[in-house]
Design a protein around this ligand. Sequence first.
Ligand code: TNX
Length: 486
Amino acid sequence: MPDVAVIPRPVLLESTGGEPFVLTAATILVVDSAPELVAVGVLAADLLGRLSGRPVEVRYTEGGAPSVVRLTVTDDLPAGDEAYRVVVTPQRVDLSARTPAGLVRAVVTLRQVISDIGEGTLTVPALRVEDHPRYAWRGLSIDVARHFFTVSDLKSVIGLLAHYKLNVLHLHLTDDQGWRVHLPSRPLLTRVSAGTSVGGGPGGFYSPAQLAEIIDHAAARGVRVIPEIDVPGHVNAATHAYGELTPSGEPTDEYTGIEVGFSRLHDDLPATREFLKDVFTDLAAMTPGEYVHIGGDEVLTMDHDEYSRLVGFVSSVVRDAGKKVVGWQEIASTPLEPGTVVQYWDINADPAPFVAAAQAGAQVLMSPASKAYLDMKYDAGTALGLEWAGHVELRDSYDWEPSSLIPGVPAESVVGVEAAVFTETLTDLSELTSMLLPRLAAVAEVAWTAPEDRDFDDFAARVAQHGAFWDRVGFSWYASPQVTWP
Ligand code: TNX
């Protein structure tokens, strides 16, 4: 099927032969009238409308219409919230799934197989897709602390996640250089520490209403938001706002450099636990999802005992607020409750703590920096990005196997895959997407597609077809020499 370049590669995609479906002015979109389904229907109609340049009507019944795109919820599919089916015949397109999130996946597959043949005419080849993801957690972590990204930027990123069937947006909301979410219990955090960023730029923050707007926008596209407040290190923005968090009682200076590991909380200061309780209780209250990320990385100036106590305390606050804990891999060396998610990033780390954590019922989320850190330079000539984990070309982001990455950690303990983009060197959406694309598509396929169905050459031939889409949407991207772009 030369014109069909679906990423991530579906479980089954077959041509059923014959004439394509043609979207005309007579085509209507039909969906049952449950509110969540209507929302997906409106999203799909809006998409088809934008592609064809003419509005597509949403109806609740077919009423004998000659040309129909139909969205249906059914149990007649493999298990899992995101399983879906697409069947295209000359007269109709049937999208079915077990859940609204599954329907979003089906709509995206439809979008990726549509050809625009001009003058508002869209065609879809006659085909059948049966599909479901390998991993339930397929994410992107984005650092909005080193540089701030607006609500509108994040909506663009969410669109990109949805387009590659990623379902988690992890927001790294705080770091030494800035505090990016307003918390009602601690107003000084944003009043004092939101206006800075790496290199001294203007910074910014999200109000509770804006965070809710991001969460809702993501939810409508089958993407859940996992917010992170990074403690007990990476906290200079907090100690800059609240002097009571430092041994001298004086606030620290603002920080706009890119060193890591120097800032810290102190468990023996009376203000510390009050602070942690306030901020994580507020954050959990603003989070409809199951998880809150507590950070926990790179605390280079604290002994292990104190680190363990602080991680334990924060984890208990998060659990008391009804949420499960996610933390960077360093938390694996502390006692963890079952169900905690440990995010692996440093490929040189000792496997032993991960093995022990998995045995204790923790799950591991795979973000190996040398594969999935999309702020790494592609090669020595890349203008932006860092290189502490080496250069990460497209093939590096594609050719790896999450289930056997950490020796001794059983495949069942791997909850999924998350790409990450830290933004020390990335100041706007265009710079951001130039690092995400095309590698985000590669990581998305690692997370969705079974290993036996993955092949770099096959992926490269498909991703070559996606450049035109990125151009149309206005995303900057990197023309990797590992792909023959058309
Ligand atoms: C490591 S990965 C960090 C971040 C940096 C990033 C740069 C991790 C948990 N911490 O603080 O921004 O490297 O790539």
